[in-house]
Design a protein around this ligand. Structure first.
Ligand code: GLU
Length: 286
């Protein structure tokens, strides 16, 4: 009997956003993604998540690819190499994203919302949602039959109607069993913005699914987002990937690294004469 190794189907991804220079925390997460997919002989793709064009800059994309290569990351598919699921630049995938918006609309999963993020400022915060996110009040949903599905999403925020009270559960490859309650830990979330930009939760699920990613490796700040993305997968009848959320890296004072953290940007470390092998040795990577 011949069993095909998992190798033939495993696909991992690096999904950086070019809003600044990558730091050591990104490198550690991406290295983990690469190691995990290489260990099973799978393929690694690089996707540039530049959907928010107002915040992303082309020079950061160039720097990002350079820094990742310097660090020893090598992807099989990407904007620079092509591949069967091109384009690998998120801003060039609008048609695919629109198709997902249409499928969610057709299934009755999303609705146009007149309420802005600003309106949400005074709404209660969700226990797990961190600084930025308030819980969208359920009574702000439009009453059924008060709107007609349009051809295009333009001009409204579109939100996913979450199943209030339902526990969304998944097993994370590093963090173990996870559970988040819809309507308590997170509320109706934006899938398409009024300014015409599709939201992170929609595009990341759309692209991971389209690119046949089998394991998503990313920072643990996105655990709650995974619960939202699972709702999108389920709504569309897609099989979700496996999840592996990595610890976030902090600086000497315990502050989480950010793209603006000086000194720990990969290019600063490189300029200071540090080598990728030394840096990896410090965090105990092989
Ligand atoms: N592009 C996102 C970021 O840089 C990561 C998204 C993901 O890995 O799902 O924060």
């Amino acid at each position: 009997m011949m069993t095909l190794p998992q190798a033939f189907s495993s696909r991992g991804r690096l999904a950086p956003t070019p809003t600044g220079y990558l730091h050591l925390g990104h490198a550690r997460t991406f290295w983990t993604a690469q190691e995990r997919v290489r260990a099973v002989g799978g393929k690694l793709l690089l996707r540039v998540e530049d959907i928010d064009q107002a915040r992303c800059r082309p020079e950061f994309t160039v720097a990002m690819l350079e820094d990742l290569r310097w660090f020893g990351l090598a992807w099989d598919e990407g904007p620079d190499r092509g591949g069967p699921f091109a384009p690998y630049t998120q801003s060039a995938r609008r048609d695919q994203h629109l198709a997902v918006w249409r499928a969610l609309l057709a299934g009755g999963w999303i609705y146009p919302s007149a309420h802005s993020r600003k309106d949400l400022e005074h709404a209660p915060r969700a226990p797990h949602a961190g600084e930025g996110e308030a819980l969208f009040p359920a009574h702000w949903r439009p009453a059924p039959g008060t709107w007609t599905p349009p051809e295009q999403p333009d001009g409204s925020n579109w939100r996913f109607h979450v199943p209030d009270g339902e526990r969304l559960e998944f097993v994370d490859g590093r963090c173990g069993p996870q559970a988040f309650e819809a309507g308590r830990d997170f509320g109706d979330f934006v899938v398409w913005r009024r300014d015409g930009v599709p939201a992170y939760e929609l595009v990341v699920a759309a692209d991971d699914h389209a690119m046949q990613v089998t394991e998503v490796v990313r920072g643990e700040d996105l655990l709650l987002s995974t619960a939202r993305q699972l709702l999108i997968y389920r709504a569309l009848g897609w099989t979700p990937p496996a999840w592996f959320h990595c610890p976030l890296m902090c600086d000497a004072s315990g502050q989480r690294l950010a793209k603006r953290t000086a000194g720990l940007a990969l290019r600063d470390l490189r300029a200071a004469g540090r080598t990728p092998a030394q840096l990896r040795a410090e965090w105990g990577a092989p």
